[in-house]
Design a protein around this ligand. Structure first.
Ligand SMILES: O=C(O)CCC(=O)C(=O)O
Length: 317
């Protein structure tokens, strides 16, 4: 992160990294997304899905594990590479310090039928006000400061764009500089149902396919209401310092195939000690216990099926 980028991030609360992804990576991410869009959500049959990923854990099936909610990482390919992307990692290291962790991920599709309004949220030091999404529960996790030559952020989002977004259509929005605000966001500026209603203090930030917008959650931000044709498809990977957790679930690094040591460390649950040996040993045990639970559940299901075959199911009698 060069001095100009540091200046802009401190000034506005976000920067745009051009061409963070190669065209091949954008294609691979899009291909996996288009495959997943054909699969309806279990509880929303026939409804088009606009959101995927592990943000706000919701159990979709009775057997879902309590530790790791459904995540984009299960889609594999470039979704795994995004955990520790060489074009993004130096920014995260500067903004969050060493040992940072991936807290949650999601993917959002904006189009004429997604009907998202702008809902400004975030805002440092509780400046989002009492009606902010995290306002009433902000225990200090939504922080931003720069001290003694170091950045401190409670949550840093990396928004990877998969489509070009034309300036008048929609996209990421924020109140630049609000990560350092000391006054609550005026309530009647928070929600805009149309672009005409968006207050002039809000910046609309456009980026093309392959670009990444890096922003601090402490900056009041949201999504400009979509007006026009086409689609915006954006992947969000959100990172915390190693001692901080935002989501209610953690990643189980055993669930996503072969990972590098660095990727595994970034998926670790929170701890003041980072990926220190004694913390790693605790999570290793928890992962082994989760694997054992899955094995036992599978065994019980197989025994039940065998019993039904041997005795006949109640429907056969
Ligand atoms: O659409 C966007 O880029 C903003 C998303 C957002 O508000 C969030 O991730 O909290």
């Amino acid at each position: 992160m060069n001095d100009q980028e540091k200046y802009l991030f401190d000034l506005r609360g976000y920067i745009v990294v051009k061409n963070a992804l190669t065209p091949e990576q954008v294609n691979d991410l899009s291909k996996h997304l288009e495959e997943q869009r054909k699969v309806p959500a279990p509880k929303q049959k026939n409804k088009k899905r606009h959101i995927f990923g592990s943000d706000r854990t919701v159990f979709e099936n009775e057997a879902d594990a309590a530790w790791s909610s459904p995540s984009l990482l299960e889609w594999g390919g470039t979704y795994i590479d995004l955990i520790d992307l060489p074009t993004i990692a130096p920014y995260l290291e500067t903004l969050l310090g060493g040992g940072y962790r991936l807290d949650h991920d999601y993917l959002k599709i904006e189009s004429a039928d997604s009907k998202h309004m702008l809902y400004l949220h975030g805002g440092g030091q509780g400046a989002g006000g009492p009606r902010d999404i995290v306002g009433p529960t902000d225990g200090g996790q939504c922080f931003y400061r720069y001290n003694n030559g170091k950045f401190y952020n409670g949550l840093v989002a990396v928004a990877f764009e998969l489509s070009d977004v034309s300036p008048e259509t929609g996209g990421f929005a924020c109140v630049p500089g609000s990560h350092k605000m000391n006054f609550a966001l005026p309530e009647d500026w928070r929600i805009s149902k149309t672009q005409d209603e968006v207050h002039e203090c809000v910046d609309q930030v456009n980026a093309n396919a392959g670009d990444a917008i890096i922003f601090t959650e402490a900056c009041a931000h949201g999504t400009i209401p979509w007006e026009g044709g086409g689609e915006r498809r954006t992947i969000f990977y959100k990172y915390c310092p190693h001692a901080v957790a935002w989501g209610a679930c953690f990643y189980n690094a055993d669930n996503y195939g072969e990972l590098t040591d660095n990727q595994r460390a970034i998926l670790a649950p929170p701890s003041a000690y980072g990926s220190h040996d004694h913390t790693a040993a605790i999570w290793k045990k928890a992962q082994a216990e989760q694997a054992e639970l899955h094995r036992l559940r599978k065994e019980v299901a197989e025994l039940r099926a065998l019993q039904d075959d041997t005795l006949g199911s109640p429907a056969d009698s």
